[in-house]
Ligand binder design. Structure first.
Ligand code: AMP
Ligand code: GLY
Length: 427
């Protein structure tokens, strides 16, 4: 079977890597891909949001299955267009992807189906939003309604920060139309975790849990990024909490989407705060997390293709997934300056030595091949992912590999996974 993977990040290299292991697959294409996908797939120079060009390519090449990595094409309706042309594709359609495209839609959905989430108010006028902030005070969280590349959420500990957030989102329109409405949410304390499931619209198959590290600096300091590293499992998600997430979050969300004429097929990702021992929903995403996909898929023992096919065919109740017991850690190596501006085109060294270490995979994100060398080509550059007997060994192996990789202006957090050690009481 011929498979097309759409996207160019660490998540997409991981998907290509996992799909490549399937005996059912004879050829993989990745559009547009990176220097990592290039080694096991054919990169196709079409951008992830160029839906018509992608569908025409899939038709012409006789692609049997398309797997969408990022949210943008999903929210633009790539699944609708492929299905209209009779092409098989994995992911939610446009109406279902609204769960990520609009935070206001999702909050209202959560409320209608009594799914635990923080208290909130919605504003379409900057003046009203500011008056509200002055009335209820801080800490508070300001969120742009639409997609903002992971930057539309501002946790404010001071009133002037919150007012500034309203100004930049609603007046200066730093996220364009995504900031026409804002959501102001109560600040929740607790431990964050990510929980993803495969769903065919009726049945739900959970993945193992994971935890991201969103802030740029050690100790969760500094601005939020797309994700600086992740590990799996997240010890904070105990078997009881896992059951609660399935019963109180995933099941009602999937049932609710179906009841509202938006049957949801694909991967549903819940960003959760575990607050006083119970899960509270911060957000839903319509796709695999990045970098969460890296430590999760490295633990997936089963072939991913039958799972994807069962999601599309509507029978994942007849499917099961086998997971490796060993925990895993992914350390994201970025270009200095990220999530602000950064240099591109710096030559990366040391990759070949790391490839010889057992139990370590280097998933590429912003990389490209330049005159025979691998060079940086984005903010998040590599996701160095390791498994180990325990989380401590996995952390050690990941950082051993990271220490062997160099380029001008490399930066990474030194504390990825440390939280898991604390939760388990072994640090
Ligand atoms: P989101 O995109 O909604 O998941 O928000 C991005 C990040 O902002 C989350 O991963 C949290 O670290 C933080 N965050 C979002 N909502 C809240 C909240 N209500 N209370 C505290 N932190 C939050
Ligand atoms: N790592 C967070 C996300 O994928 O949205």
């Amino acid at each position: 079977m011929k498979v097309l993977v759409i996207g160019s990040g660490g998540r997409e290299h991981t998907l290509v890597w996992k799909i490549h292991q399937s005996p059912k697959v004879s050829k993989i294409y990745c559009a547009p891909g990176n220097a990592g996908t290039l080694r096991i797939a054919e990169n196709i120079d079409i951008m992830a949001d160029d839906i018509n060009a992608l569908a025409t390519f899939a038709e012409g090449e006789g692609i049997n299955l398309t797997v969408v990595g990022p949210e943008l094409p999903l929210t633009l309706g790539i699944v609708d267009e492929f299905e209209r042309r009779g092409l098989k594709i994995f992911g939610p359609n446009k109406k279902a992807a609204e769960i990520e495209a609009s935070k206001v839609f999702t909050k209202d959905l959560l409320k209608r189906y009594d799914i635990p989430t923080g208290r909130y108010s919605i504003f379409d006028s900057a003046g009203d939003a500011k008056r509200y902030i002055k009335e209820i005070g801080v800490p508070i969280v300001v969120k742009a309604d639409g997609l903002a590349a992971g930057k539309g959420v501002i946790v404010c500990h001071e009133e002037k920060e919150a007012i500034k957030a309203i100004d930049s989102i609603m007046e200066e329109k730093v996220f364009g139309g995504a900031g026409d409405r804002v959501l102001i949410e109560e600040f929740l304390e607790g431990e964050e975790a990510s929980f993803m499931v495969f769903t065919d619209g009726k049945n739900i198959l959970p993945m193992v849990s994971s935890q991201d590290h969103k802030a740029i600096y050690d100790g969760d300091k500094g601005p939020n990024t797309g994700g600086m590293g992740a590990y799996s499992p997240a010890p904070v998600i105990t078997p009881d909490i896992c059951r609660e997430i399935m019963d109180r979050v995933m099941t009602p969300a999937i049932k609710g989407m179906a009841a509202e004429g938006r049957p949801y097929k694909g991967v549903l990702y819940a960003g959760l705060m575990i607050s006083n021992g119970s899960p509270v929903v911060l957000e839903f995403n319509a796709r695999f997390g990045d970098p969460e996909a890296q430590p999760i898929l490295i633990r997936m023992e089963s072939d991913i293709i039958p799972v994807i096919e069962a999601v599309i065919d509507g029978n994942i109740d007849k499917t099961d997934i086998k997971w490796r017991e060993e925990p895993s850690v992914c350390v994201v190596m970025v270009s200095k300056g990220y999530p602000g501006s950064y240099q591109k085109g710096n030559r990366i060294e040391g990759l070949e030595d790391v490839e010889r270490i057992e139990g370590v995979e280097i998933f590429h994100a912003g990389t490209r091949l330049s005159q025979g060398n691998i060079a940086t080509d984005g903010g998040r550059v590599l996701g160095v992912t390791a498994t180990g007997i325990d989380i401590k060994e996995a952390i050690g192996k990941a950082y051993e590999a990271v220490s062997m990789i160099r380029w001008d202006g490399v930066y990474y957090r030194k504390d990825i996974g440390r939280k898991a050690l604390f939760v388990m009481g072994s640090a």
